[in-house]
Ligand binder design. Structure first.
Ligand SMILES: Cc1ncc(C[n+]2csc(CCOP(=O)(O)OP(=O)(O)O)c2C)c(N)n1
Ligand code: SF4
Length: 299
C-alpha cells in the first residue's frame, strides 16, 4: 500500500541540535527512515557522519537504540543482533544497518555480501554521499568519475563509480530499492514496505552533501531532484527479481524528458575540473543504464 503524505508518522526520532552539517542529505533521509521504521528499531552504524549525527556519550540525538561498530563488521554485527532477537523471540523489532558508501562499497562489502548470501533478516541501507565525508572527502568506490576529492585533487577521479546495485542484485535478495531524501514520500513508502518483507533488504540512498559536493546548503533538495531528473540516480525497486520504476522516474520513463547530465554537474564545484570527454562519457553511461532499466520495466 502506498502511504499518503498526510499519513506519514508525525513522531520525530532525531532530536534538534544534532551535529550534522546544515543541509545534510543524510539527516533528511534518516529522519524519514526512522519515521517509517518506528520505535521498535535497532540501528547498527560504523564510523561515519552518521556517528557524528548520533553524538558523543553521554548525549545522543536519536531516540532509538544504536550500536557503533567497525566498518568491516557492520553487517556481521547486525547479523548478530538479528540472531539474538530470534533467540529472544522478538520478530517485532527491525534491524537496520545504515552505512556510508565507504563502509558499504569498500570496507564493509565482505560482511554485507556474506549476510546477503545467508539472506539475513535485516535492512541494509547505504547512504551514498559518494566519498568518505567524515574524514574530509576522500575518494571511495562510489565517487563518480570526474569528481574532485582530497585524494584526487589534481586530475579528478579517473575511474567509474562501482555498480554496487548490480552486485547486490546478484545476491538474489527479496527486495532492493533506490531512494532520495529529495523525494521523502517515495523513501518513506519503500522503508515501510521493506519493514514488512523478510530476508535481506538492500536500500540505496542518494545523499547530497553540501561541503563534499560543493553547493550551497539550501540546495540539497534541488540537487537530489536534479540527480533524478537527469537519470543519474533513477528511483526504482526490484521485488523478487521484478524491476519497477517509482515516483518521478516512473513518470519520466513513461512520458517525460530527462534533463542533460550537465545541468546536474554544473551546480557542484566537485565537478569543476571535469573534462568534456568525461562529461560525454558520464552522459553516455547514464543513457545506456537508463535504456536498460526502461527495457526491464517494460518486460
Ligand atoms: C578501518 C578504518 N579505517 C579508517 C577509519 C577512519 N574513518 C572514520 S570515518 C571514515 C569515513 C567513512 O566514510 P563513509 O563510510 O563513506 O561515511 P561518511 O563519512 O561519508 O558518512 C574513515 C575513513 C576507521 N574508523 N576505520
Ligand atoms: S559532511 Fe555531508 S554527509 Fe557528512 S554531515 Fe556534513 S553534509 Fe552530512
Amino acid at each position: 500500500m502506498q502511504e499518503n503524505i498526510f499519513r506519514i508518522n508525525e513522531t520525530e526520532y532525531i532530536l534538534p541540535g544534532n551535529r550534522s552539517c546544515q543541509g545534510c542529505g543524510l539527516s533528511l533521509a534518516y529522519r524519514f527512515i526512522l519515521k517509517a521504521l518506528r520505535e521498535n528499531t535497532i540501528v547498527a552504524i560504523p564510523p561515519s557522519c552518521l556517528c557524528v549525527l548520533h553524538g558523543l556519550y553521554p548525549v545522543c540525538s536519536v531516540i532509538v537504540p544504536a550500536i557503533n561498530i567497525t566498518f568491516a563488521g557492520n553487517a556481521a554485527s547486525a547479523s548478530g543482533i538479528v540472531a539474538a532477537l530470534k533467540a529472544l523471540n522478538r520478530p517485532d523489532i527491525t534491524v537496520l544497518a545504515l552505512t556510508g558508501d565507504g563502509g558499504t562499497y569498500d570496507m564493509g562489502i565482505q560482511s554485507l555480501s556474506g549476510a546477503a548470501e545467508r539472506n539475513t533478516d535485516f535492512i541494509f541501507a547505504c547512504y551514498d554521499n559518494e566519498a568518505y565525508m567524515n574524514t574530509g572527502t576522500q575518494r571511495s568506490g562510489a565517487t563518480p568519475m570526474g569528481a574532485l576529492t582530497t585524494t584526487t585533487p589534481i586530475l579528478t577521479k579517473q575511474e567509474k563509480k562501482k555498480d554496487l546495485i548490480k552486485i547486490m542484485e546478484a545476491h538474489d535478495i527479496p527486495y532492493l530499492a533506490t531512494v532520495s531524501p529529495a523525494y521523502p514520500a517515495d523513501l518513506y513508502d519503500k522503508f515501510v514496505k521493506a519493514k514488512r518483507i523478510k530476508g535481506t533488504r538492500y536500500i540505496h540512498i542518494d545523499t547530497p552533501c553540501p561541503p563534499g559536493w560543493g553547493y550551497p546548503a539550501k540546495d540539497t533538495v534541488r540537487i537530489g531532484k536534479l540527480a533524478v531528473e537527469t537519470g543519474v540516480f533513477p528511483l526504482f525497486e526490484i521485488e523478487d527479481g521484478k524491476f519497477r520504476f517509482t515516483g518521478r522516474s516512473e513518470t519520466l520513463a513513461k512520458k517525460g524528458k530527462r534533463q542533460p547530465v550537465v545541468s546536474y554537474v554544473e551546480r557542484q564545484s566537485r565537478f569543476k575540473k571535469m573534462s568534456i570527454e568525461q562529461l560525454n562519457r558520464f552522459q553516455h553511461h547514464v543513457d545506456s543504464r537508463w535504456d536498460e532499466f526502461v527495457r526491464r520495466a517494460e518486460s
